[in-house]
Design a protein around this ligand. Structure first.
Ligand code: GLA
Length: 412
């Protein structure tokens, strides 16, 4: 999606994806933490107080429902953003990204103002700003940031960065905030500091997901449940096909959709579209102006698909997710109109090659497609999508296999 938003650690190169650092418990993670600590020491001349990480995500289903107070079912990826950090007591915030050359950005926490910081530094600076704005007693820190979350792929690299900084600050300053409270802080950084009117799903996924599970999220209350998502047990794999089409969620289209949904809820006399039950949909659509109809239909049917998907997973019927994914994509393509030629092609080619279901994931207008495939078909499906992109003259998609992983954590 967003060039800017997802260029969260300063890299504008696309990451051809190497396997991630593991699901968080193995030696890969220990080594990555040690590398971050060493890089911090080399840069700042002292060891960090600790190293924290937060993952990117894919949303299994429940798209454009979060800002309608609805439901979603994201899972964390093994790809993470790591922050090595050391508290400072002079109010200075120093930021460095391993993916952004040698530059260190130096700011004063007391001077942080929306609009004053640009590029990837908006996300860590915005998180500190949001903590201070909420009245938490936070000061400065030195941060060294590194990431394996692909940028510009709609996999929430910006949320991973905000959430890694949020958990680091929570520990450095002994704040004791809950994960949902930290998610609100990270969302506030995006909305109030970086100027992106996103919902809460990405931040909740990055902070609250668990290994081997998808997160059944109620975006109104922030109640959440882990739903077992054991792909291997069913001989399945979840492919992530990055179309490499990037779109800026801050450019107005996302905000316009959000405003359209809020207007429709107002016309129906509801606090949010989440409050429209599926059995009142037909009657409600008859009362709305034509332009609101497809938006409302998508949100209401998508919420129902999330409920159904969570039930199927809880019942151990993982393959039954497939048709729900494909139906979700049709709704995003035809009603919400946030797909594009490349995401539609990736979905169609994956299905034709034997995927059980496929859909775009994230905000849309590009970004990534997920495909649920029998494990034995993972390579053929990826090859079929790549061949279809070549024939159509599109960039070669990059492919990774999504493994449901844990949320943000302190590594050392
Ligand atoms: C982006 C936003 C999320 C959510 C999705 C669409 O990822 O950051 O809050 O709205 O789009 O489901």
């Amino acid at each position: 999606m967003s060039t800017d938003r997802d260029t969260a650690t300063g890299s504008d190169r696309h990451t051809e994806h190497a396997p991630g650092p593991g699901t968080g418990t193995g030696t890969g993670t220990d080594q990555a933490a040690a590398r971050s600590a060493r890089a911090f020491g080399a840069l700042y001349g002292v060891p960090p107080d600790g190293v924290w990480s937060a993952p990117g995500r894919v949303n299994v289903i429940g798209e454009h429902t979060d800002y309608n107070d609805g439901f979603a079912l994201p899972m964390a990826l093994p790809q993470t953003t790591r922050v090595a950090a050391r508290r400072r007591d002079d109010g200075v915030l120093r930021l460095h990204s391993a993916l952004d050359g040698g530059r260190v950005t130096e700011l004063r926490v007391a001077d942080l103002t929306p609009g004053a910081v640009t590029g990837w530094a908006r996300y860590p600076a915005g998180t500190v700003w949001a903590l201070a704005e909420a009245g938490h007693p936070v000061g400065g820190a030195d941060l060294h940031i590194d990431s394996t979350v692909p940028t510009g792929a709609g996999l929430s690299s910006s949320a991973a960065l905000e959430c890694a900084v949020a958990v680091a600050y929570d520990d450095l300053y002994g704040l004791g905030l809950s994960r949902p409270a930290l998610a609100r802080i990270a969302q506030r950084a995006e909305n109030g500091f970086a100027g992106v009117p996103c919902g809460i799903m990405d931040q909740m996924a990055s902070l609250c997901c668990a290994e081997g599970a998808a997160l059944h999220l109620d975006s109104r209350t922030l109640e959440h449940h882990q739903v077992p998502f054991d792909l291997a047990a069913h001989d399945l794999a979840l492919l992530v096909l990055d179309t490499r089409v990037q779109h800026d969620l801050g450019d107005g289209a996302y905000a316009a959709l959000r405003a359209g949904c809020e207007r429709a809820a107002g016309l129906l006399g509801l606090p949010a579209l989440r409050d429209l039950p599926a059995d009142r949909l037909r009657e409600a659509l008859g009362a709305l102006p034509a332009e609101a109809v497809p938006l409302v239909r998508h949100v209401v049917t998508e919420n129902a698909r999330v409920t159904e998907a969570a039930a199927r997973l809880a019942a151990g019927d993982t393959p039954a997710l497939g048709p729900l994914l494909t139906a979700g994509h049709a709704s995003l393509r035809d009603d919400f109109r946030v797909s594009c030629a490349e995401t539609d092609l990736a979905v169609d080619a994956a299905l034709a090659a034997g995927a059980l279901g496929a859909r775009m994931t994230g905000g849309g207008f590009g970004g990534s497609v997920i495909a649920l495939v029998p494990a034995a078909l993972a390579d053929p499906v990826a090859a079929a999508v790549t061949a279809a992109f070549t024939r159509a003259g599109h960039h070669r998609p990059s492919v990774l296999t999504a493994v449901p992983s844990r949320g943000a954590a302190r590594l050392c």
